[in-house]
Each structure stands twice: as structure tokens, then as C-alpha cells.
Design a protein around this ligand. Structure first.
Ligand code: MEV
Length: 422
């Protein structure tokens, strides 16, 4: 499968669906779901949440050109913001020319937390008893999820952390291809009464931690200097590095910088039925793990002056369980991606996050972010004014150059184009 599909953005819906049919393992039934814009029936929605009255739509786009670890991917992105899909595709096109993204995700280890209400002298004896029973506690946790254990996952370790007035037990669980919240919360709730018995103490709350520091994903790409200079002139690599340094120095900028990364990550999360709030919480928590809020990416030059971009962040994605398999659109989007594991999905998502960030810094360092937005807006106005096919781009470009984007200008330009082509 090749993801560098030329002119995808110019195709009709039918032609785009044909590309998906040719390149991805999706059924005719799934194609029908896309064609008919019917993402979910009432019954499915009604078992997912409470008090359902309908389903809510979001555009689903496909980012093209992605190569991650030598494999081509078409990236499904569900998002309301214009330019995000185009920006990711453009960045991936540049990265592709130097081999694409190299990505690597950790083992899928997550943390469950159990608060233990103990202080003063008793603390040491409680810790000793927990340590002495570690094997039995892990076995008890693993008995909650035999399927996970059969796939090589399950509870692996216990770690004690100290706070004023209580201690916290971290249960480390390899969640394999799941996001993991259900498995972990069940395990924590199951072993907490056991801990109370063994150590004669009271436990407080038990819940997953979304600060997934053992589930990091990294991606790296080379954005070739001559390609960037060809389009945007000399000094562009330095400008992008300076823009990144702004985020490094200033948390007000770093938050927006990371927001741009999450444009890509959340769009994949929503498309694949993943918990984007967990991903957001983990990303921003990790961004300030050392005390100051920092960008999740880094940029520098190689010896040839090419721009190197890197990203490291926690990514808690699942491809089994939760809504990833209940929501028919999520299932379909996972089929479009063709990922075989949660680890692979995290590697792809990290690459998309980096692509999104590079695209934002590139745009901000050159034409500014409004140019892309205005282009789309101008196209919409052109269509409203009656422009068809090639006329749409021509009218939009003319309105942007004249800095007059409204229906009256569009109609006037359209009249002129049609007169000139007679
Ligand atoms: C907009 O959704 C995202 C950006 O603000 C990100 C950034 O500023 O880096 C363009």
C-alpha cells in the first residue's frame, strides 16, 4: 500500500472511498457506513452511554503520505478544525522524502494507584507486609484478567510512594493492546481489601493514573533543508528552531505548541474510539513532569543543516476493548490504519503529533497560520458564489491576494474568470 496518493484532496467522496477500498482492508459494509454518513445506530449508542438522544457527527478525513518505520499508513482523523489534516499530510510528504518517521513505543505498562491511609510509626510495618506478600498480591491481581495474562500481559510489579499522612501503592500492569483502564481499576479494587487484611490498614481511593510514564512513544524525522528553502527561502530551518526555542522558554507558548501536537493525536484518538481525555491529561502532565511546562518536541540541525524533529510523550492507546470495537467507525478506522498492536498505533500517533507540530511551526515561521485557514474559508465562499471545479481555487486565490474574502468579491472574480475563458 502506498500512502502518497496524489490529488486526494481534489477527489470526490466516491473516488476517495475507492482509494480506501484499494488500499485498506475494509469491507463493503464499512464503505457503506462512510458513504451514507451513518456512523452509528441508536442501539449501539444507547449501550455506550446514558440518556442517549442521538449521535453527534464530526468530519472524518484521511491524512496521506505517512511512512512510519518503513511502512505506509493512511491516517484517519476525526476533527472539526480545518487545515489539520492538510497540515499533517504536507509535513508527512516532506518527511517521506528523507525516509519518513522512525518511531518507537515502550512496552504498554500502565500504573494503578491505591492510596493507603497510614502514617507515623505504623507505616514501615505496613510496607513490610505488602512487600512480603508481593507475589500473592500480583497473583490476585492477575486472577482478575486471565485473558490479558494469556497474552503475556498482567500485573508485573508493586512500587511504594510516600506522602504526608498516607502512602500510595503503584500497581504496574502490562496492558498489551488495551488502553487498560478497566483492567487496572478492577485489579486495584480487587487487591485493596487484601492489602487491608494483610497489613491491617485502611485503603483510600483506587484508580488508574493517566500519567503514563512507562508508556512513552518517540518519533523522529528529517525535514530536508533544501526542500524547505526551495519553498520558503534561506534561513527557514533556523526560524523553525527559534520558534521551538520560544516554546522551550515560555510555558504560555509551550501550551499552544503542545495543543498543536494534540490536534493530530486527538483526531486519531477520536477516529479510533480512544479516550482522548486520558491522552490529553497524560501529555500535559508529562510536559511538566520536571516542574516546568515544556514542549513535547525538540528541533535541531544535523551536520548538513537539515532540520531534525523529535517527539517523546506518553500515549495510552488501545486497539481492543472499550469503544474501539463497539463503535463501528472506530473499528473501521483501525482497519484503515491497519495497525497490529497498541504499540504500533502509538508509534503512528507519535509520528502524526510530530508532523502536526512541524507543520504548525513551519506555517507560523512563514505565511502565518491564518493563510491556510483563509484559503479554506475562501474556497467555501467561492463555492457559495457558484464557482465550480478549477474555478474554486482560482476564485479563492484571487480573493486572498486582494485581501477581500466575501461573496460579492467572489461573484465579481468569477464573472471575470468566465469572461476571460470565453
Ligand atoms: C491551532 O489549532 C494549533 C496551533 O496554534 C499550534 C501552534 O501554535 O503551534 C497553530
Amino acid at each position: 500500500m502506498a500512502s502518497n496518493i496524489s490529488g486526494f484532496y481534489k477527489m470526490s467522496q466516491e473516488e476517495r472511498l475507492e482509494v480506501l477500498k484499494q488500499n485498506c482492508k475494509i469491507s463493503d459494509e464499512e464503505l457503506h457506513l462512510l458513504k451514507e454518513l451513518k456512523p452509528m445506530d441508536f442501539k449501539t449508542a444507547d449501550i455506550m452511554i446514558e440518556n442517549v438522544v442521538g449521535v453527534f457527527g464530526l468530519p472524518l478525513g484521511i491524512a496521506t503520505n505517512f511512512v512510519v518505520n518503513g511502512k505506509d499508513y493512511l491516517i484517519p482523523m476525526a476533527i472539526e478544525e480545518s487545515s489539520v489534516v492538510a497540515a499533517a499530510s504536507k509535513a508527512a510528504k516532506i518527511a517521506r522524502l528523507s525516509g519518513g518517521f522512525k518511531a518507537d513505543a515502550n512496552k504498554q505498562h500502565m500504573i494503578g494507584q491505591i492510596q493507603i491511609m497510614v502514617k507515623g510509626k505504623k507505616t514501615n510495618s505496613v510496607i513490610k507486609k505488602i512487600r512480603a506478600n508481593k507475589k500473592a498480591l500480583l497473583e490476585k491481581a492477575n486472577a482478575c484478567d486471565k485473558v490479558l495474562v494469556s497474552f503475556g500481559g498482567g500485573a508485573k510489579d508493586l512500587i511504594i510512594r510516600h506522602f504526608e499522612g498516607f502512602i500510595v501503592l503503584h500497581l504496574i500492569v502490562d496492558v498489551r493492546d488495551a488502553m487498560g483502564a478497566n483492567a487496572i481499576n478492577t485489579m486495584c479494587e480487587t487487591i485493596a481489601p487484601e492489602i487491608e487484611k494483610i497489613a491491617n490498614c485502611r485503603t483510600g481511593i483506587k484508580i488508574i493514573s493517566n500519567l503514563a510514564v512507562y508508556r512513552l512513544a518517540k518519533a523522529k524525522a528529517v525535514f530536508t533543508k533544501h526542500l524547505l528553502e526551495e519553498e520558503s527561502g534561506k534561513g527557514i530551518v533556523d526560524e523553525i528552531i527559534k520558534a521551538w526555542k520560544f516554546a522551550l522558554a515560555d510555558p504560555y507558548r509551550a501550551v499552544t505548541h503542545n495543543k498543536g501536537i494534540m490536534n493530530g493525536i486527538d483526531a486519531i484518538a477520536i477516529a479510533t474510539g480512544n479516550d482522548f481525555r486520558a491522552l490529553e491529561a497524560g501529555a500535559h502532565g508529562y510536559a511538566c513532569i520536571k516542574g516546568n511546562y515544556k514542549p513535547l518536541t525538540k528541533y535541531y540541525k544535523d551536520k548538513n543543516g537539515n532540520l531534525i524533529g523529535e517527539i517523546t510523550m506518553p500515549l495510552q492507546f488501545g486497539i481492543v476493548g472499550g469503544s474501539t470495537r463497539v463503535n463501528p467507525m472506530a473499528k473501521l478506522c483501525l482497519n484503515i490504519l491497519g495497525v497490529k498492536s497498541a504499540q504500533e498505533l502509538a508509534e503512528v500517533a507519535a509520528s502524526v503529533g510530530l508532523a502536526q507540530n512541524f507543520a504548525a511551526l513551519y506555517a507560523l515561521s512563514t505565511k502565518g497560520i491564518q493563510y491556510g485557514h483563509m484559503k479554506l474559508h475562501a474556497k467555501n465562499i467561492a463555492v457559495q458564489a457558484g464557482a465550480k471545479n478549477y474555478e474554486i481555487d482560482a476564485v479563492a486565490e484571487a480573493m486572498i491576494s486582494s485581501k477581500s474574502i466575501n461573496e460579492a468579491s467572489a461573484k465579481e472574480i468569477l464573472k471575470k474568470i468566465r469572461r476571460d475563458t470565453l
